[in-house]
Structures are given as C-alpha cells and as structure tokens.
Design a protein around this ligand. Structure first.
Ligand code: ADP
Ligand code: ASP
Ligand code: MG
Length: 814
C-alpha cells in the first residue's frame, strides 16, 4: 500500500484536482490519498474567525467568498447529474461554519479549541469534494474521517498524537475494508473528548506520514508544487536544484530549519518504519523529485541544502553571577518550558558569562516575563541583567550529513557571509555536525541564503549585481559589451552579471528585486525612469542589499567619487573609471583603500591609467610578488599622443585637438589633457600604487600650453589655441630639426615625479608610438635595465569600457 498526499496548491482548483486524479489513477498499488484544504483556504478560515472575534462583520464576506470558491470547484468538477448532493453537503458545512463564527462574533472570543473547529472545515470540504469527484469518475473508495482515526491530546492548534491508539485504529479500518483506495482529510484529528484538534500548520504532510506508518506503507509520496526538496527555497534562490536523494536526518534538519516543503514532524513516523518518502511535483509528475531514505547520497555534494526561519527573537541572559555556578541553564530552560516556549537554537560562550537562545518572536514577551521572574533575586542583586530581547532576526542553516567528514565548511560559510556584509549575531553547530546555523538580521536573510548557495553549490552560478552611474560614451559601450558577453560568462565562468541599476546625470533606473535591466532596451527605459538623485541612488543600492554588489562610476564627477566610502562600508565594491578619487589627496585615496580592505570589498580603478591596458594590475602583481619599482617612464595621454602624432603644421593645432575630442579621447574639458593635469594624475596614481605617499603638488609640470589658454570656457580655449598657432608650430619645428618626435612624458623615480614635453629620438622606446597609444616602462629590481613594457591603445570608449568590464569581473573572482 502507498500513501499519497496532495498539498493545498495541488488541489487549489478544479483544473489542478484533475491532475491529482490522473496521478491517483496512474498508480496501480492500493492507496491512501490524503488531501489538504484548497490552497489558501486555511488562511481565510483563520481570517474569518479572527474578524468575528474582533466583532468585525467582514467575517461574513470571507465566509461567502469561501463558500463560492468551494461551490464553483464542485460545479466545475462534477457532471450536473452528480452535483446536487455535493453542493448541498457544501452548503450544510457552511451553515455550520456560519453558526460557529456567529457565536464567536457574539462572544468576542475565539479559543484555540474553536479555532481548530473552524479551520478543520478546510480539509473536510476539500476531501469531500474530491471524494465526490472520484466517485463520479468511477473510482470506488472509502472516505476516512481522520478525526476518528488520529487521536491526540488536547493541545489545540498543535496536538500531540497518541500513536498506539492511532496506529491500531488506522490499521483496523484499512484492513477491515475490502477497498483498495482510501481518501482522507489531512491536518485534522480529535482528542479524547471527541473535540476536533489539528496537527499544526502544514500538518497534512504529517497526517500522511501517520497513515503510512500505521499501515506499513511501501512508500509515502508528498505531492506539491515544486519538484522535490531543493537545495534552497526556490522562491528565493532562482537556481536552486532538486536534491535527488537525501536521508531522513537531513530532511528533518532542513525542514526544522525552515524548508517548508515538508512539515517537520512528518519524518519521524516514516523514519521509524524506514518507509521511503518521495517529494514530487503535481504539475510535473514525470520528474523524479526527491527520495528520502535511511542513508543520503554518498556521491552528492557536501552540503545538502540551505534553509532559513524568519520571525526569530534572540534572548540573552547575561551577568557575572552566572560564572562557575551550576544550575543557571537548567533554571532558564525550565522557565521557558513552563511557558511552552520552543527553543530553536542555543549558544553559550565558554566564559559562561552569557547564554543566548533563539525563539519565535511571538514567544519573546512571555519568555521574558517567565525568565525575569525566575531570576528576580539575582537581577535585583545586580548579579544578572534582565533578559535582553532582540527581534527582526532570522536563522540560516547549512545542512548536510557529509559535513562531519570535511573541514573548513564553517570557515567557508562565514567568510562568504562576511564578504557580503551579513552580520552574524549568534552561531550554533549541532554535535552531529549535520547542521551549522547562524542568527542574522531578517533584512539580510534572502541575500545570505543566496550567498551560501553560491558558495556551496559549485555547479550553480555566481551572481554579480551591477549598478552603473554614467551612461555616456564609455557607459554605453560597457553595456553593449556586457550584453554581448552575458551568455559566455554564464557558460564559462559560471557568472551571471546582472545590471540592476543605471543612471546618467538626468535619470536613474532600477528594477524590482529578482529582475535585471533588459540590455536591449535600457536606453528607452532609462529615459522613462525617475529623475537622478545621487543620494537616492546610493541609498537604493544599499537598501537593495543584494549579494556581490558592484558600483561602477563612469563619470568624471567629484560628487560621485565622494560616495565611494559610504558604499565600501556596506561591502559594495567600487569600480571607478572616474580618476578623481584615486588622484585626490593621499589621505582620501588611502582611506578608500583601507575601507575596502576593512570591509572586504574591492576598490578598483584600472582604467584610471592607460584605459583598458593592464597597467595598474601589472604594477600590483609586481609588488605583490615582492618586486620593487625603481622608475616608471610613460606616455600616458592618449589625447596628447594623438595630437602630437597628427600635428605637423599642415593642419592647425586647434583643429587636431578638436578631432581628438570628437573621437572621444579627451576629458570633457580638453585642457585637463593639454595642460598635463590628466597625466599628472596618472603618474601620481602609479606612484601611489608603487608605494609612494605623493600629492599633486609634489609633481613638476613642464607644460607647453601658453597660460592664456587656461582662461575662459572650452570654446575660448579653442579660439585662444588658434591664436597661438605659431607657438605650437615652433615646438614642432624645433623637434623635427633634431629628427625627434614630440611626446608628453611622465616620469617617476626616487620619490619624485614630473611631466612635460620631450624630444624623442628614434632609438627611444617612445619613438614608435602611434595614434592614441600609451606606453609604460616599469624599471624594477627584477627588470633593472630592460624594462617591463605595457603598450597599446590608451584611450577610446571601447578599450576603456573593456577595462571597466575586466574590473567588474575581478570583483566576482575573489
Ligand atoms: P503544499 O501546499 O503542497 O503542502 P507548501 O507550500 O507547504 O506546499 O510547500 C511547498 C513550498 O515550499 C514550495 O512552493 C517552496 O516555495 C517552499 N520551499 C521552501 N524551502 C524549500 C526547499 N528547500 N525545497 C523545496 N521547496 C521549498
Ligand atoms: N491546510 C493546512 C494548512 O494550510 C494543512 C496543510 O495544508 O498541510 O496549514
Ligand atoms: Mg505543506
């Protein structure tokens, strides 16, 4: 004999019930079928009862809605000829329910006993409607009244089963029938006085397990709306995977720690009888789902699953009076037990100075009252603090039988959480080493579950959440490149790069949690989005609290550079194309670097020097591997290179500069390039990355631009350059006369840096530098005479975007 249980969503409406019937018909063994109330009905019954208790007449509307739902379902399922008795059964039940709720309304009291009575109608109605449908389809069966078979104590709402009586009743009823098919309502039972009791929310799973154990079933099948027990709650973790095979113990831990797919007490009866239990999907019946047996899958992952429980309160009992004195924990737990407070997690520090327990938030106040009363004397004497309560917490748990054979699991767990700014309030590990749990803020729980899922299920992908400010030339190119590479990154690096926010100076666009911006239409969407406000943008990034968040600054705006510290403190990594932060005062540069270190985030700015060329990365690698930089010589301005490579006096200097701007090489104000400031910033950044504590004032600038060019607007600057054509021509001619080229060279040596125009002879490394190329020569202890050379395009939207892209990927790879 098999037992099949169909949950609320499986029987939510006529269409789904048809699917259920097909599954029942397909099984050849004798069966006991257990059903839940139609999806959502139990909640609505509780709502009706509660409204009535509050003297709110709206309970009548709720009952009306429920009646219609059941009548409609029956009408949709049954041929007209079979309808009348079922419809009158439904009406009769609702008359009774109306009367009960009326009484509650007048008495203004909904006792737990009455509440159980009210909610029992959900399963009674669903099972009777399904029974009528089965009969109409020629499926002969017995409808079993679970209230008469499952006997419990009188702990209403959460009754404890008397197994010896229950097992006998079920076994007797089933064996004495000549039928092969039985249908029973889940969730409901009765006490010794014949009053209806219930087995706890989600209890239909338990009903099915009780039936299975009582008849020694060959298997139990829990049919629900997901394909099996999964590595995490699929509503939160989009790439959660079905666990193909797990043990009773693991399934129990997972469900105790919040995997709602199975009601926790369900496992006990089937485990005792060693009954294989399947979790399967009513809406994909051919998929295997999960099988739960005595042993877990030895080949599988170390971690079987990750689960979480919300509404947790942490109670801390602290005080010097506890140290070395036995009996405190006994009294604490007795006080909690006397109030029926269920303790979910316990930790005690070895100093014995404090004990922490996690309980459901609803129990927190009564726990405090009980504990403070128990320890009244110690509290008055100042030896103990009154019980401290913290709420809005959740527990996350990592579960797996194989954990005990592996070291480093806890380390991986907590470093993954730490990297994502998830603060841990308390930790517990069972001595079975099957479970490590941590108490964290409820605001972080979704992120934490996803972070752990990424850390432990390597076959799945890591998600990067990218927020971009600056959607101009480089920003647009970056978005193009990301769009083009998304699939590749997913396939080859197991990396999902999601763009979760984009802003330009006018607008900012975000998408709801769980979604990403469609890169095919981001421009149109951004146009329609809300007005940009930098603070609001930053607040949204922080408040979204997404794992592996990266903030990308592709502006040249000092205000944007000023928000990095706030982001780094929230463990949001920063990728800056904007040079302002790294080239501001040494103090703020190093503050950002140490913030990044302290909070385990990255602050990357490879494109500050040489656009996409690996200049800073190379320098960092040299230093990390123990090399020491003696000297750096470089041509670092794509703009100046372009200008001097294209200027020979035939076309006016000012026109060549205009062309550089049109091609997107220059800063928005080209004077930053022409005047050497941009190159000064770059050599300063390199010097700093080489370990030098250097400021802009320490750099000598032998600029070539006449002072008059710096006055007025950008247009005035172009006009003034036009007037100074003779000056530029003279510079050119002087170099050409010596067969030299003009290059604007930056140099750093012995703690000193300088920039300026130089005559470059043909035997120099700098001579053959064309177009907008940059070149950097690193002279180091390991490269003393022949420098390490990095050379290539040092400006342009495409290469800059690809440098930013590479930094973004670097964030994912830590
Ligand atoms: P039923 O009504 O069939 O009893 P439930 O809603 O009680 O169904 O349980 C199924 C739901 O449990 C799924 O829809 C899923 O969202 C949730 N769930 C939570 N954790 C897990 C998990 N680890 N594996 C599968 N489902 C889970
Ligand atoms: N209908 C009950 C509930 O919603 C029992 C169940 O569905 O398992 O809690
Ligand atoms: Mg359930």
């Amino acid at each position: 004999m098999k037992v099949l249980k169909f949950g609320g969503s499986s029987v939510a409406n006529a269409e789904n019930i048809q699917k259920v019937l097909a599954i029942i018909k397909a099984a050849s063994d004798p069966q006991i079928v257990v059903v839940s109330a139609l999806g959502g009905v139990t909640d609505l019954l509780i709502k009706a009862g509660t409204l009535a208790e509050q003297s709110n007449e709206a309970y009548k509307d709720v009952l009306q809605k429920l009646e219609t739902k059941h009548l409609d379902t029956a009408r949709a399922l049954l041929p007209v000829t079979h309808q009348s008795s079922c419809l009158s059964m439904i009406k009769q039940h609702f008359n009774e329910l109306d009367e009960i709720c009326n009484s509650v309304f007048y008495l203004k009291e909904l006792s737990l006993r009455t509440k159980d009575r009210v909610i029992s109608f959900g399963e009674l109605l669903s099972s009777k409607i399904i029974s009528a449908f089965m009969l109409s389809q020629g499926l002969e069966h017995d409808w079993l009244d679970s209230r008469k078979l499952i006997k419990t104590n009188s702990n209403y709402g959460f009754a404890a089963v008397n197994f010896s009586v229950t097992n006998d009743k079920i076994a007797y009823t089933v064996t004495s029938s000549h039928k092969n098919l039985f249908l029973a309502p889940g969730f409901i039972s009765s006490d010794d006085h014949g009053n209806t009791t219930t087995l706890g929310r989600g209890g239909s799973d338990y009903t099915a397990a009780i039936f299975a154990a009582a008849v020694n079933a060959s298997s139990l099948e829990i049919w629900t709306d997901v394909t099996g027990m999964m590595t995490a709650d699929p509503r939160w973790v989009l790439n959660a995977k079905t666990i193909t095979h797990t043990s009773y113990q693991e399934a129990m831990e997972l469900s105790h720690f919040g995997a709602k797919v199975i009601y926790p007490p369900t496992i006990q009866p089937v485990m005792q009888k060693n009954i294989p239990t399947w979790v399967k999907n009513t809406f994909a019946p051919n998929e295997a789902g999960t099988v739960i047996t005595g042993a877990s899958d030895q080949q599988g992952e170390i971690i079987t699953g990750i689960s979480s429980i919300n509404s947790i309160a942490l109670l801390s009992l602290e005080g010097s009076g506890m140290v070395g004195i036995p009996g405190f924990s006994k009294r604490l737990f007795e006080a909690l037990a006397s109030e029926k407070v269920n303790v979910i997690l316990i930790t005690q520090s070895s100093s014995e100075h404090s004990i922490c327990v996690a309980v459901n938030t609803n129990d927190a106040n009564k726990a405090k009252l009980a504990v403070d009363t128990t320890f009244e004397i110690e509290i008055t004497q100042g030896r103990l603090e009154p019980l401290k309560i913290e709420t809005d917490l959740s527990i996350i748990a990592l579960v797996g039988d194989k954990m005990r054979h592996h070291t480093g699991i806890a380390g991986r767990m907590f470093s993954a959480l730490g990297r994502n700014a998830v603060n841990i309030r308390a930790i517990a590990q069972g001595s079975s080493e099957r479970n490590i749990s941590a108490v964290i803020s409820s605001d972080d729980v979704k992120k934490a579950v996803n972070v752990l899922h990424e850390a432990f299920f390597e076959t799945t992908y890591k998600q990067l959440n990218v927020f971009i400010v600056g959607a101009g030339n480089v920003g647009s190119k970056l978005l193009d490149q990301l769009k083009q590479q998304q699939q590749f990154l997913l396939e080859h690096l197991n990396l999902q790069v999601r763009i979760t926010g984009i802003a330009n100076s006018r607008k900012m666009l975000f998408v709801d949690n769980g979604n990403e911006i469609n890169l095919n239409i981001w421009k149109e969407e951004l146009e329609k989005a809300e007005v940009m406000n930098l603070n609001a943008f930053v607040e949204t990034v922080i408040q979204k609290n997404l794992r592996n968040s990266v903030f990308v600054d592709i502006t040249a705006n000092p205000d944007v550079a000023a928000v990095y510290n706030k982001l780094l403190e929230k463990v949001v990594s920063v990728v800056a194309c904007n040079k302002i932060a790294a080239s501001s005062s040494y103090e703020s540069y190093s503050k950002l670097k140490s913030l990044a270190k302290e909070y385990n985030a990255l602050f990357l700015f490879e494109t500050n020097v040489g656009a996409g060329l690996p200049v800073i990365g190379t320098l960092n690698d040299l230093r990390r591997s123990g090399d020491k930089v003696n000297k750096i010589q470089a041509v670092l301005s794509g703009t100046l290179n372009f200008v001097f490579n294209n200027y020979d006096g035939t076309k006016p200097f000012t026109e060549v500069v205009r062309q550089a701007q049109a091609e997107g090489y220059t800063e928005p104000d080209p004077r930053l390039d022409l005047g050497g400031t941009d190159v000064m910033r770059k050599i300063m950044i390199l010097a700093r990355e080489a370990g030098e504590q250097i400021e802009m004032d320490d750099i000598t600038n032998n600029y070539f631009l006449p002072a008059s060019c710096f006055e007025g607007s950008v247009e005035d600057f172009y006009t003034e350059m036009g007037k100074q054509e003779a000056h530029f021509k003279a510079l050119y001619d002087e170099a050409a006369a010596k067969n030299c080229k003009l290059k604007f060279v930056a140099q750093y040596e012995n703690g000193k840096a300088s920039v300026g125009l130089q005559h470059i002879p043909s035997n120099s490394d700098f001579y053959h530098l064309y177009g907008k190329d940059n070149i950097v020569l690193f002279y180091t202890q390991r490269y003393p005479e022949q420098p390490l050379v990095v050379k290539g395009a040092g400006a342009g939207a495409d290469v800059t975007a690809s440098g930013v892209f590479a930094d973004i990927i670097r964030v994912a790879r830590v």
